[in-house]
Design a protein around this ligand. Sequence first.
Ligand code: ATP
Length: 667
Amino acid sequence: MITTETTPSGLLELLEHWVTLGWLRPLDQALTHFLAEQVPQTDARVLLAAALASHQLGHGHVCLDLAATLAEPDFALSLPPEGEDGLADAWLPSTQLADLNLESWLAALADSALVAAAGEPDRPLVLKGERLYLRRYWRYEQGVARALSTRIDDDRTVPADLHCWLERLFPEPLMLDGVRQTDWQKLACALAVSSGFTLITGGPGTGKTTTVVRLLALLQSTAEQPLRIRLAAPTGKAAARLTESIGAQVASLPVDERVRAHIPAEVSTLHRLLGSLPGSRHFRHHAGNPLPLDVLVVDEASMIDLEMMHSLLMALPSHARLLMLGDKDQLASVEAGALLGDLCCYAEQGLYTPERLAWLEQVSGERVAHPSLVPGEPGRHALAQRVLMLRYSRRFAGGSGIGRLAEAVNGQQPALAREQLQRFDEVASVRVRGEQDRALNRLLHQGRGAAAGYGDYLTQLHGERPATGTAFDDTAWHQWAGRVLTAFDRFRLLCAVRRGPWGVEGLNQRIAGLLHRRGLLEAEEGWYEGRPVLVTRNDYGLGLMNGDIGIALRLPEGDGRTVLRVAFPRNDGSDGLRFVLPSRLSDVETVFAMTVHKSQGSEFAHTALILPHVLNPILTKELLYTGITRARDWFTLLETGQGVFEQAIGRRVERRSGLLETLQQQG
Ligand SMILES: Nc1ncnc2c1ncn2[C@@H]1O[C@H](COP(=O)(O)OP(=O)(O)OP(=O)(O)O)[C@@H](O)[C@H]1O
């Protein structure tokens, strides 16, 4: 047990044990060793806090909340999922930290030469109130708060005829059952015109893209010179999806051809926009070499972590407008930070000041009304004046089961969610009994009803292959490969976890085996035709990004032989493909099943989500919501254990960060 008497070497021994148990990362241990060497005889409680603060980053927390750690010590490490036996009680943080109290822990930290109080000169750790940071993350949080706070204050002059523009761009009043509804899109557009920084949040199909395209048309039409507009998203997949929907929207804009031509159709990844430098965490664009643009739109902002946001804000010229779009209820980024969630924490309540409300109503002709709205105060709620939540989904309009299910899960209503699963045809729950369950195998192969399974893309692959003898440069091969890739996106199995019988790894093996046994795949291991693969690390040489998905296909060589090549969409808005030899791909994995985390930014006609048989810390309502909203037309819940779905709905992701507090202090 850690006490005031514990020596640094005693603490390091404990860490060693935690690493052996797999509860702490070797990375966290190494950092603590380094600090112990820097300042010998450091209080063991300081070293403990450093190890835990480093470990929190792996859980997405920007800092260690000392009070929260003492309240629930076992959350501070990566303990095995509930239900797994053999936890060594004596080593549990709840036992080891039992003698610590907050005051003495804080005092030890405040006394340490390793720890700076906020604002003090460089030391490896920073203590702010009850939060301990590794300096780098402290710097990111401060930098982001400072940059945002300047942008939040950036009022823009609106065109004198803004009202007319809004009327023209949003001509149809939003009616539901014959009753006129508040058009939040129109309001979002007005809000965004009046500010250098705007955040538009909303669930699937609430019209985020449509709003932004119309806003860009307005900005471009009323600008003295054509604006340099850039569009970006965190992943290649998300960028490709936005490219597709922007293209369709721009074509239907009621504006001059000249204006339309100045709205970009291409969406790049944030890494590409900032100019990644291979082998480095730095970018070509930064404060000293800002991005050459006037307006930046960033979609799928829930996936942006603190470090990326910092890089982005540093590289953004001060005159540029920043527009961020995303769904605040989705899972946060894999890396530390929960930016969108933090910045949108009052989006439901609005917190608009009376002046803001009056202006919005006057300029838009809309009545800003919703039961969840709460009035805000000038000065105190500056951020809220830049945030707008779209509240009506056109995708899930009226009676859509997917929309209703997602709503019940998001609202943490397990009984209602279960009811929706039973009530609507487009959603379903299937009980899975064992790894070779027939219903599961049938679903994976054939889908359910009109909803596709993996048989679909394999039918396309085998049934529509161009005739033998067709030359490789014939467009028929490209078109066929494109259709196979599209068909593959009609169905996807999502998992909550990587390991265990219901994790990505085991399921990928079993699905390949199943499809092989059914004669649809030529092999179940190694490289085989039809193998879908996910890129797990950016490869700038090949132009492939982490998250890109390709399929191995047998294609002709010049001499009449065939060779396997992996077809990847170009993800640049063109229908183009690139073909890569498997031997050139080092960081890829089979992707019949993928984690919900990896699926963010993607959408599949039929999405199935398989839950593990026991509750796991990763299972939260955010994970379920993100999984469900990946489905466009059908959703199937695969349940391997009883009650896990309901329990997961009851749990939320909580991410520790001081961003809002810092922002408020700077505001
Ligand atoms: N004001 C509008 N009038 C008519 N149709 C609209 C309007 N706004 C959005 N739509 C339609 O609703 C659908 C969803 O809109 P959009 O793609 O803009 O939403 P989104 O929030 O960006 O969706 P996603 O969650 O997929 O990113 C599209 O088919 C779009 O054409």
